[in-house]
Design a protein around this ligand. Structure first.
Ligand code: PMP
Length: 318
């Protein structure tokens, strides 16, 4: 007999219940399989929630775990809560403290990914409460290795515009659009989707922002392109000119600019830095991981892992 979902040996959930032993939910640390919500809540039925995906990095030499840009993640969570009318009594500092408590309770000594969700715990679509909250943290390494890079397809599904369901808010329901595009391009043999917005310009990946480099100039869609205001994107916009002497242009990006660039990559808290080696079957540059993406990858990991004292301000020790 197949184990029930509430069984520690369930094929999908056993790994989670073993590796994320304690979930913080509505004021308690509970075992993973006890973190539940009513099936008729608007959160379950319609994805009425907002969340953050946050990483913490284990520094082996120092024996320390560091959360990357925690303050910015919680500032964005509060903004998403405001856009989607999901108020909670906690402010940024209280939510940060809850995250640190959850990480400590789980005693991680490895790289960790966190989902911190605020959700509508009532059936009515317009209800303004009660609003629930949970934090799930679990060990998670790289989504993709540096080599050989991934292949992308531009999806026929468009990113929703700000006047429909804004991508500036990191809300669960937005990811239905990500699902449609992701399933579509995988059916066509690609690894991941790139979405255009309703103006026909490049928006972003399913859960990552997109960067292209041509003749040493870095381009990325502006924050008014119907994208999430990504913290990794912001990190690179600040770092690339200073650390690598690269000019960064934030502007409208055409689909065909992606076909003509020398290098391209996805970035995000979960994705980190992932080289793109082909788009719609057109090789990016030579179809291999380029020299600048390699440098950006090394720079990013040195900083997030705490090996660059000059960027320690972006890290919070657990
Ligand atoms: N766009 C979308 C739709 C995302 O889900 C993510 C991941 N949070 C990103 C971009 C990258 O954002 P960040 O760098 O803040 O993780």
């Amino acid at each position: 007999m197949t184990p029930s979902k509430w069984d520690q040996n369930h094929p999908i959930w056993s790994e989670w219940s073993q590796t994320a032993p304690y979930v913080w939910m509505n004021g308690e640390l509970v075992p993973f399989l006890h973190a539940q919500m009513p099936v008729m809540s608007a959160a379950c039925r319609a994805g009425v929630n907002v969340f953050e995906g946050i990483r913490a990095y284990w520094n082996e030499a120092r024996g320390k775990l560091y959360v990357f840009r925690m303050r910015e993640h919680y500032q964005r969570l509060v903004e998403s809560m405001r856009i989607m009318h999901l108020p909670r009594p906690e402010g940024v500092a209280e939510m940060e403290a809850l995250l640190l408590d959850t990480l400590r309770a789980n005693r991680f000594q490895t790289d960790v990914h966190v989902i911190h969700t605020v959700y509508l715990d009532a059936p009515g679509m317009e209800a303004l409460g009660p609003i629930g909250m949970y934090i799930v943290a679990r060990p998670r390494g790289r989504l993709h290795p540096l080599e050989p890079g991934i292949t992308c397809g531009v999806s026929s599904w468009q990113r929703m515009p700000d006047q429909a369901t804004p991508f500036r808010a990191k809300s669960g329901g937005n990811y239905l659009n990500t699902r449609l595009g992701g399933v579509e391009v995988r059916r066509h043999g690609y690894d991941a989707a790139i979405f255009l917005n309703t103006r026909g310009k490049v928006a972003e990946g399913g859960g990552a922002c997109v960067f292209a480099i041509k003749k040493g100039v870095v381009i990325t869609p502006s924050i008014t392109s119907d994208i999430l205001e990504s913290i990794t994107r912001d990190t690179l916009v600040e770092l690339l000119p200073r650390e690598l002497g690269l000019a960064v242009e934030q502007r409208d990006v055409d689909r065909t600019e992606l076909y003509m660039c020398d290098e391209a990559f996805f970035c995000g808290s979960g994705w980190e830095i992932v080289p793109i080696r082909a788009i719609d079957g057109v090789p990016v540059g030579g179809g291999e991981v380029g020299p600048l993406v390699r440098k950006i990858y090394d720079l990013y990991f040195n900083i997030v892992r705490g090996n660059r004292p000059d960027y320690r301000r972006w890290l919070t020790e657990v």
